[in-house]
Ligand binder design. Sequence first.
Ligand SMILES: [Fe+2]
Length: 612
Amino acid sequence: MIILGISALYHDSAAAIIINGDIIAAAQEERFTRKKHDNNLPINAIKYCFEAANISMIDVDEVVYYDNSLLTLDRFMSNVSELGNEADFLLETKYKGLIKSRLSIDKLIRNEFAVIGKKDTLSVCEHHISHAASAFYPSPYESAAILTIDGVGEWATTTIGIGHGNKIEILKEIDYPHSLGLLYSAFTSFCGFKVNSGDYKFMGLAPYGEPVYYDLLKENVIDIKQDGSYRLNMEFFEFHKGSHMTGRKMEELFGGPAREIESKITKREMDIAASVQKITEEVVAGLARYALELTKEKNLVMAGGVALNCVANGKLIKNGVVRNLWVQPAAGDAGGALGCALYSYYQINNNSRKVGVKDSQKGSYLGPEYSSEEIGEFLKKNNYTSQFYDDKKELFRDVAGEISKGKVVGWFNGRMEFGPRALGNRSILGNPMDTEMQSKLNLKIKYRESFRPFAPSILKEKYSEYFECNIESPYMLLCENVVESRRLPFNREELMKTHQGDMLPVVNTARSDVPAITHVDYSARIQTVSEDTNPDYYHLIKEFEKITGCPILINTSFNVRGEPIVCSPEDAYKCFMRTEMDILVLGNYVLKKTEQRKFDDIDDWRKEYVLD
Ligand SMILES: [Fe+2]
């Protein structure tokens, strides 16, 4: 049975294909169109899925859409009727286009593919059921409590459910406008970052601040109940009106206007980020506890955009809320494509589900890959100078040697990752022991704010030598602290005072013997790398360990600021030449910057990509 899942027309569009329950391929449309968070019908992603499965649209048994547009329409209408005259702006700018495209999704698919699978009809799965299914079905658990938290689906913003065997059931639901995801986005925006793409920056800012606004938020903005359920005080929010996330009342509460985009980040923003992060952790922990209690389960699975908050996830483990946690790597709306397909296969079509020791996400390496021949052809066609390695062991040794000397490497190898994190197949790599590497990578490669930490990829078996937790984190979805014995004395408050709130000198002060991946609160967003899931990446790190004694590499996504992660060798080469990266690895080929001829860049990437 072949099922195609589609997520589109809201946030990150994506497609996923499963055959007899096996996840064959999944990818986000942005990677092909090079337009970040592309929300159009994912034509390219669908075509890639067909290619990977060696099929065409007429072979597909079910085509499933991840969201029920009629229910979304119901929410729009309810919002409009409550707003009265104030709704004109919302109708003109947001709803009109969305309603039109959502209600014509069948037509859009038929325009491109002539039919919608064998049945020529589109099945529909509710948004949070898609998230829940994406969290439970690929997990390594026979049964689990399910928690989904995002901005909003149709009406639901948070759900608690249970998964057992091949069935899932939603038990509790919190509805729009009460939304933890939208609260987080509202403050991301209030602090001058872009909603969605800026959420990660906002989370990275939190460790610089103190949660001094925590009480203020709880007294005025959000009411959190014992069971983790919550209500927002809508006097402080404007997102339901369509133009801004927050308004005058929020500015009054925080004693001044929202931060202008790209202006100096002050202590107020750091403290707001710390306070909102604390609120988020409290709600997530409350909901998780309640979900486990309600379902009497020991395992917890999560999805929805808020499940990408790796700090909150890490605290669930650290504080003993749950021992067994699995989070869908594509936790945002892209993952809905996979979820709705799995839901159709197991729940609707009642196929049995086998659970293995490992999850069935295949390391989330579900995207396109390029053969050595294809890469060779690309290099030859463009006459780019490269060195071919027949023996990959030699390649690992040479590249690891370069990284140990402080070189920055663009690493393009194998299948592209599904989800927002680069997991060692489309990654930029560096030496974590280098004190200046964090600011070098930020300023010369990624062209972004320098206060954000980088993530470590660590050999699985060396995990506990460096970090305080021993639960595997293959998808970079858990934050944990560096062990005490590796920490260096570091007084963040003192340093912040000395440098008058300037984060750059603080970032450049070593905090551990792996400074480039240790955040100012000693935390790190970890990826554990195992030999069976990604042997090439594992052996590269192993070679680095042989040379340096350190089993860790810095791993940041292969892109510049505002650019989707690279997909093809051509995207990788462009990104390599546009930045100060030293070396590019394309499968078995190694390219050195010093050996490349001048790159005639017809496009200015700073104009090509809207800053995130
Ligand atoms: Fe969602």
